[in-house]
Structure formats: C-alpha cells, structure tokens
Design a protein around this ligand. Structure first.
Ligand code: NAD
Ligand code: ZN
Ligand code: ZN
Length: 348
C-alpha cells in the first residue's frame, strides 16, 4: 500500500509499504478514504517531536471503512464507515478512568507518533471500540475529518480550558485550523468580542467569515496596542494561544485583563519566559492541556446536525498520489491561502 513515510526532519516520501495487520484482538484495520495534515505534523517535520522514529507513517486524522476487526472488537464490523480519533485509549487504566485519555498508560497520542498513522491506504487502530466513531454512510467526510484532532483540540484545550463565558471579550492568537476550531466552538458560549490575532491576512479574513468581530495582524509587533484600543484599555477576559512560540505566548501575557484566563494550546519546542512579576497580582489563571478527545461524540453530533460548520475549514483537495504537494501547500499556507488540506484515496 502507499503511505507517507517520515525519514527525519524535513525528509518525507510517498512509498510502497507493508499492509498493517491485526496484532491484538482489540485492533481494527481501517481502509482510509480521507485524511489531512495537522500543524503538529509540521512540528514533526521541523524536528520538534524527537520521539518519532525514521520509517514512521505520519498522520493522526482520518475517515475510512473498516476492513477487519480483532475478535474482541464489539462495536464495529467490516464495512462500517468510521471516524478515527487521534487519541488511543484502553478505557481501563487510572488515567482513562479520570477522563485523561491522552495520558492513557496503554495509549495516548500514538497514531503517526509511536505507531504508524493515517496518511496511508490502511491503518491499524488499537482499542478500536474506544478510538473509532460510527459515521452515517452519507456523512460529509470533509466536515467529519475535522473531528479527528482540531475540533476537540480547539474545544477542550482552548474554549473549555479558557472557560469562555457569555459576554466575554476573548482573543485567539493563531488563526490556523486549531485557532479557527477554537473560534467556532467558543461561539457556543456567546462571547461578545472575538479578537483573532495572526500574521496571515488570508487566515484573518477566514476568521472574520467565521464570526471574529475584530482581527489584528501582529506582524508589526503592535498586537498589545491594537488589542488595548479594541478593548478600551481593559484587555481580554480569555486569551487562547494556538501557535506555540515564545512571542505569541508573550502577546497572551500582555493582553490578558485582571482575573482572566490564559489557555495554552500551542505545542512549544522551546522554553518561554513566564511574566510572573506582572501576572501574580492580577489573578491570572494559566492552563495547559494535551487534547483528550473526550468530547468527540458531542462534537460529532453538532457537526452532523449542522450546528458546527466544520467543512468551512477546508481550503484544498488532493489525491494520495499528490500528498507531497499537499504538504507543500499547507507548509506555505499564507502564500497558498491554505487552511485545512484534504487528501483522498480516490479508489474508495
Ligand atoms: N494541545 C494540543 O493537544 C494540540 C493538539 C493539536 C495541535 N496543537 C498545536 O496547536 C498549534 C496550532 O495548530 P494549527 O494546526 O492551527 O497550526 P498552523 O501552523 O496551521 O497555524 C499556526 C498559525 O499561527 C500563525 N503564526 C505563526 N507565527 C506567528 C506569530 N509570530 N504571530 C502570530 N501568528 C503566528 C500562522 O500564520 C498560522 O495561521 C500548533 O502548535 C499545534 O502543534 C496542540
Ligand atoms: Zn492534530
Ligand atoms: Zn488507558
């Protein structure tokens, strides 16, 4: 089968590889129809996730058809259309019992990390009963694949951790797919102002079409001044960091109002400096979170019912044979006006 294989920083290729097989009785094999690329895959290419071994098939997002199931899989059978969650969970360890599936002692973020992932024709899914979600046969795959990673990430690590409340003024730093997913889900809690901050004017425009009330291009280093102007010098009640850089975390620390919440979502490859000398007296809450994907079932209902317009995040479509072009397009997002790029195995 064809798969996108990682060979060290900035080295990936589309190759013929071995078909995956059932190893444990709780496994399923899924024939992938739709997959996509995450900002985290770009971090992997940059070398920010050093645990990934050479020869690993990348990808943790996907939709497909069940090809085979181990004999302990109860909820799925050959031919079912399924959504694949990025998080693998055994359901019985102490972390799973606390709902911290991303820290599962037998799972966590494995796909496209410590086991082969979804940017392939077939993938093995461990603990299939927990990591797969049944989709109606006619489900829109562009919309549904946003549930593998970015919608639960934006919702759990951004909107929920930041505790967005009705009437709040919020800011989201980073208008990539995760920042935009945060924007979409934050609207469920009716903030009155949503300020989107990025250096890519196209993505800021997309954010406006999703309901951002204000946009700030921070490329000139004036994000603080611009946000203070928008908020009558008060700052924001909640700020969500969805980039993963020291400079974007600094923007968050500078624009948060007294009593506010800073919710970090971005994957940081380097230490940042915490401005505790400013924050200590301001009653600021700082949160971090690795996505658990415990809200996937709830978000799936919202997407299928049209309450969340996830499909709008898709900007480009490619065939699996063009996956390297898809990576280039996503890597140069500003130039290509790219948000989320979809890759299909067209024979399915
Ligand atoms: N916490 C989690 O569990 C989790 C899960 C998935 C993704 N993530 C992380 O979330 C982050 C966002 O993911 P994504 O897929 O949207 O990534 P992305 O790379 O597509 O988007 C990042 C955005 O940040 C903007 N940006 C870059 N430098 C900037 C700067 N100096 N100032 C302002 N904006 C800047 C870019 O223009 C882009 O729009 C990544 O760090 C990703 O690894 C975290
Ligand atoms: Zn992801
Ligand atoms: Zn577990």
């Amino acid at each position: 089968m064809k798969a996108l294989v990682y060979h060290g920083p900035n080295k990936i290729s589309l190759e013929d590889t071995q078909m995956p097989e059932i190893i444990f009785t709780t496994d399923a094999i899924v024939k992938i129809s739709t997959t996509t690329i995450c900002g985290t895959d770009l971090h992997i290419l940059k070398g920010d996730v050093p645990t990934i071994e050479e020869g690993r098939i990348l990808g943790h997002e996907g939709i497909g058809i069940i090809e085979d199931v181990g004999k302990s899989v109860m909820e799925f059978k050959k031919g079912d259309k399924v959504l694949i969650s990025l998080i693998t969970s055994c359901g019985s360890c102490s972390f799973c019992k606390k709902g911290m599936y991303s820290h599962c002692k037998n799972g966590g973020w494995l796909l496209g990390n410590s086991i082969d992932g979804t940017q392939a024709e077939y993938v093995r899914i461990p603990f299939a009963d927990n990591g797969l979600y049944l989709l109606p046969p006619d489900a829109d795959e562009d919309a549904a694949v946003m549930l593998s990673c970015i919608l639960p990430t934006g919702f759990e690590c951004g909107t929920m951790k930041g505790e967005v409340r009705p009437g709040d003024t919020i800011a989201i730093v980073g208008a990539g797919p995760v920042g935009l997913a945060t924007l979409l889900t934050s609207k469920l809690f009716s903030p009155t102002k949503i300020i989107m901050i990025d250096i890519d004017d196209n993505r800021l425009e997309v954010a406006r079409s999703f309901g951002a009330t204000n946009t700030v291009n921070s490329a000139d280093g004036m994000a603080y001044e611009k946000v203070m102007q928008i908020t009558d010098n008060l700052g924001v009640d909640v700020v969500i960091e969805a980039v993963g850089l020291a400079e974007t975390f600094d923007i968050c620390q500078s624009i948060i109002a007294a009593g506010g919440n800073i919710a970090n979502v971005g994957v940081h490859g380097k230490p940042i400096s915490l401005r505790l000398e400013k924050l200590w007296s301001e009653n600021i809450t700082l949160t971090t979170r690795l996505v658990d994907a415990g809200t996937t079932a709830l978000l799936l209902k919202m997407v299928l019912s049209g309450k969340l317009d996830a499909k709008e995040l898709v900007s480009h479509h490619f065939d699996m044979n063009e996956i390297l072009q898809a990576y280039d397009t996503f890597k140069n997002a500003a130039h290509n006006h790219a948000v989320k790029v979809i890759i299909r195995n067209t024979d399915i």
